[in-house]
Design a protein around this ligand. Sequence first.
Ligand code: COA
Length: 163
Amino acid sequence: MSEEPSIVFRPPTREDGATIHQLVERTGVLDVNSCYLYLLLCTEFSDTCVVAEEEGALLGFTTGLRLPKRPESIFLWQIGIHPDAQGRGLGKCLVRAFLETPGARDAQVLETTISPSNAASQGLFQAIARERGAEVQVSEYFRDDHFPPGHESEEHYRIAPIR
Ligand SMILES: CC(C)(COP(=O)(O)OP(=O)(O)OC[C@H]1O[C@@H](n2cnc3c(N)ncnc32)[C@H](O)[C@@H]1OP(=O)(O)O)[C@@H](O)C(=O)NCCC(=O)NCCS
């Protein structure tokens, strides 16, 4: 997708928290955290989060944070695109916008976790690595037995260099 002029990428405000929470539920894939958590991210971590909207409607979001133990890294926690807007390049545009947020701009490493069955998310991060000529290292992180029964494992992706 070319950067569609009608889609706006901006930092979230606390007015977006409940809508992000609803979109997370709509994806049917993401872990649904409490609304409070999304409000907190939109308020205190807004310099490492992005929302994509079109005519005031939320099409996608990404949340993340700098990792206190690895200051060179920006950690992308969740990304979600409205089911009607998936597969059109919006995910890639959101990750690019995420990497240019005030809190991520000087990071050299992108980290995230992905479940083994999530082909769309793997495709997204492989595509981001490819366009930057970055290497992708995949390693064990949270095994399925770290979670309650029925939750898949989360593998760690380290993508560098991202600049
Ligand atoms: C994962 C997700 C964010 C990707 O966003 P998207 O807008 O659909 O993806 P894009 O259109 O930008 O595609 C990015 C790349 O992934 C690939 N891709 C997209 N969907 C795919 C799928 N189902 N299987 C394999 N590859 C896929 C695309 O081909 C593209 O690669 P390319 O540039 O080499 O062609 C979106 O599908 C989503 O919200 N899924 C539900 C929530 C989720 O799983 N989030 C990630 C876990 S945190």
